[in-house]
Ligand binder design. Structure first.
Ligand SMILES: [Zn+2]
Length: 318
């Protein structure tokens, strides 16, 4: 762990049992409902490319449900979030097979077999043996061929990895700071002030070293609106003791097709910054080339004034 690790948000080990149960309930419900839809889509529309896109949507839906469960259940422990999400992601893959196999049985089995098995085939052994039978015979044709055996197993493996992988990554997502004192999640707010790219590293270092008086000089460059650093504060809505700053370089480019594209590059995430400094940053003007000279002048005055103070003086409103 680096020397400055203490300057960044570290999730607590908080994982209330009720929160884990919420994750499991919401995640399993989503996996069952979306799994049934996905199973039906793959049965009636077995086009492989379409299936892969549907698999990603299915995974994302399950992932969002798990994430929602973790949020309302206030599960902060990242390892617990990963673990529970993994279990539900695997369950989602299984449940879409349950749906597929159940639809297959309804269409192909005779009345006697249907009565014996029931409308939903939940038994893993039956599901497994039907999957083996599908692999032997093949299920659909592509470019005149009918994939069977390992070719089909490979496709199913990719499909399962898409569903499970997208579900897991969506569920875990980026780390949102939690205010332990108020027992609630922080909320994001984008600051209007932008940091010129050439000052970005210095800006990050000053914040990390808690040398807040340096911030004004640093911010006095030219902001290129198409390529600069954007700031987002994750703050507690209840108190002023839980502010975290995330800085992302955003580059707006026009691609070959003439479409606007945004590229993002994380500069730092969730750095702990005092509320008064955040307030100072929030009141900094959004600088442009034309008013640069005035601001630079102002900044130098402010810096002189604050240099007599301690080094942790915040940038006051300019
Ligand atoms: Zn708070």
């Amino acid at each position: 762990m680096s020397e400055t690790a203490h300057r960044y948000y570290r999730p607590s080990s908080g994982a209330p049992l009720s929160g884990i149960m919420t994750m499991l309930t919401v995640g399993t419900l989503a996996a069952a409902v979306l799994g049934a839809v996905y199973g039906a889509v793959s049965y009636y529309n077995p086009l492989i490319y379409f299936t892969f896109i549907a698999a990603a949507i299915f995974g994302a839906g399950v992932g969002m449900a798990i994430r929602y469960g973790a949020r309302i259940g206030r599960v902060r422990n990242r390892k617990v979030v990963w673990g529970v999400s993994f279990v539900i992601a695997a369950l989602a893959v299984y449940l879409c097979w349950v749906a597929y196999v159940s639809i297959f049985v309804q269409h192909h089995a005779n009345a006697e077999v249907k009565a014996a098995i029931g409308p939903v085939v939940m038994d893993p052994l039956v599901v497994g043996s039907l999957i083996q039978a599908f692999a032997k015979q093949g299920l659909w044709e592509i470019k005149g061929g009918r994939p069977t055996g390992w070719a089909l197993y490979s496709i199913w493996t990719i499909e399962a990895l898409i569903i499970g992988g997208v579900a897991l990554l969506t569920a875990v997502g980026e780390c949102i700071p939690f205010c332990e004192a108020c027992h609630r999640w922080t909320e994001p707010e984008d600051l209007d002030a932008k940091i010129p790219l050439e000052n970005a590293v210095e800006f990050a270092q000053a914040l990390e070293a808690e040398q807040y008086s340096k911030l004004l000089e640093i911010n006095s460059g030219t902001v290129n609106a198409k390529d600069c650093v954007h700031l987002t504060v994750y703050g507690c809505p209840m108190c002023e003791d839980s502010d975290h700053l995330t800085a992302v370089r955003k580059i707006f480019v026009t691609n070959d097709k003439g479409e606007e594209e945004t590229k993002e590059e994380m500069l730092f995430a969730n750095m702990i910054v005092p509320h008064r400094v955040i307030e100072g940053l929030a009141t900094l003007p959004v600088e442009t080339q034309s008013d640069l000279a005035d601001d630079a002048e102002l900044a130098s005055v402010e810096t002189e004034a604050s240099s007599t103070d301690d080094d942790r003086h915040e940038p006051s409103a300019v």
